[in-house]
Design a protein around this ligand. Sequence first.
Ligand code: SF4
Ligand code: SF4
Length: 632
Amino acid sequence: MSNEILNYDKVAEASLAKAKRDGAETMWDRKAAQKTQCGFGEAGVCCRICAMGPCRVSPVPGKGAERGICGANADTIVARNFARMIAGGASAHSDHARDIVHAMHATKAEGPFKIRDEAKLRRISAEWGIEGADTKETYALAHELAEMALGEFGKPFGTQRFLKRAPQARQDVWEREDIAPRAIDMEVTTLMHSTHMGCASDYESIFRRGMRTGMADGWGGSMIGTEFSDILYGTPTAKASSSNLGVIDKDQVNILIHGHDPNLAEMIVLAAENPEFIEMAKAKGAKGINIVGMCCTGNEMTMRHGIKIAGNFYQQEMCIITGAIEAVVVDVQCIFPALPALAKKYHTRFISTSEKAKIAGDMFIKFSEATGLDNANEIIKIAVENFPNRDASKVEIPDIKQDTLVGYSVEAIIDHLDKVVNTNTSDAMGTVKPLTDVIYAGVIRGAAGVVGCNNPKVEHDYAHVTVLKELIKRDVICVVTGCAAQAAAKAGLLTLEAKEMCGRGLKEVCERVNIPPVLHMGSCVDISRILHLVNLCADVKGIDPALLPVVGIAPEWMSEKAVAIANYVVGSGINTYLGIIPQVLGSPNFTKLMTEDCQEFLGAHFVFEKDPLVMVDKIMVDLEDKRTALGI
Ligand code: SF4
Ligand code: SF4
């Protein structure tokens, strides 16, 4: 077992030592078993999309096989592989969104799925042009909006409705470059078609089609997922939470909710409040029921309910290794198939709940909108009844947790900004103008969205936290989502006290607006909140967002979803820095297209940089160049 990549994490060493004692396998054991990973795969030059293959071509031009059996060269193979990652990522986010929309379609006044943010329901309905959006009966309107949203997945004409949120200058780029997505499922399907054997071979064309599919995620699936989740479950407001493995409570029944989709988790949180279950837990010798979250289901639940964050992606096994989790309940995405076997080393029940992500090895309880609360009740009962099976000799919970502020939706940020609007001036309330003002004045040098996963190729959370600390020190305000947000939480960056780590300008802003310098904006689909915020800022100034001193960063990404995200962020005109090099280096042409040439037609590009300190230096040059170009 190699744990040098965990040096940074104070709880990791003890967790892994315990895993060893308990005979439990972790991702680091499996990483070591992989030995040296395949160089062809790493360079993106292997292809197995038809049965003439698998083929692999040389990543070094002029040496070895230059073409697969069909004649595809490294440029085509790399571009196709990359595009298929985008399709995978966009489909995951979008299918998640579709489930949220179906839940909205199933809402009724007597619940449990009901409309919790009626104002937002009416706002989005009006934005989408529904007549009588301000007067229609709530549930009739919700069902009409849901049907309209389902149309966004497969409509035969037009483009995604939320694209209109961008300033005209950006919409013009999308139209000119033909990357404005029409329908989400169609874009994914068409991309799979284009990258089928014997279809597209022009790497630039594949890049553009991939970009369009990524856009269908950010401005389609993810944005629908976020906005409709807010309507259903409430728009997040700033609130306190707590993070890291220490939030697992040895005296309570601990239920870990992991995955992405809030539909089930919301029901579990609701069910856990039922006094009957709390009494049942007490009868079993526990003090109560403690729901803790992981990855993006955790983010969704902390944003709306302040649910404690047990950890991020790489800690999913460590949670179970504490020996104090009665049930792990999962929905979809980023769940190790290894978890059920690990759970069996302890008393933990592993419960998968989605037909789309049925995980073999323990228990499956099929979740649906019709049975959601019943499913949640059953799960809570299983967890409570499992409490007496806990083996006290195996319980070891790291005594480490960190106070954390969460809940910074666009609406919550605007609310905070309103506090600094002088009512004696003509400045309107309810806008992002105070933010653009401080950026234009130079008090803040720019803004960064830090997002993405963990990856065992690098020291966990190190790049996330280093990038964040260095940026706030240099007066760059940061927003975070996903596992990056949880890394920030554990490092104490999501606190008001973190202002002490900032440069003078950002510190002053944090004090006046009463915010941390790093704002938790939610889950991975909630990167659409970041898009919305940046576009509102660009709108205030009447410019293309590509001109703003803003960057996107994924320091430790790993998933296909992260690839889709990086694409739509670049497509939205924001330079995007990747700390893990994508599997594209086998095609110098495609690499150049991503990192340089696309600047020409998109106004943004990718930057690959493994060293977080060097990355920050590059970002600062980027931001200052943007400022100079704007004359600010
Ligand atoms: S599509 Fe071409 S390169 Fe890919 S496996 Fe088939 S023959 Fe080989
Ligand atoms: S940030 Fe990455 S690892 Fe974490 S939940 Fe999102 S996709 Fe999964």
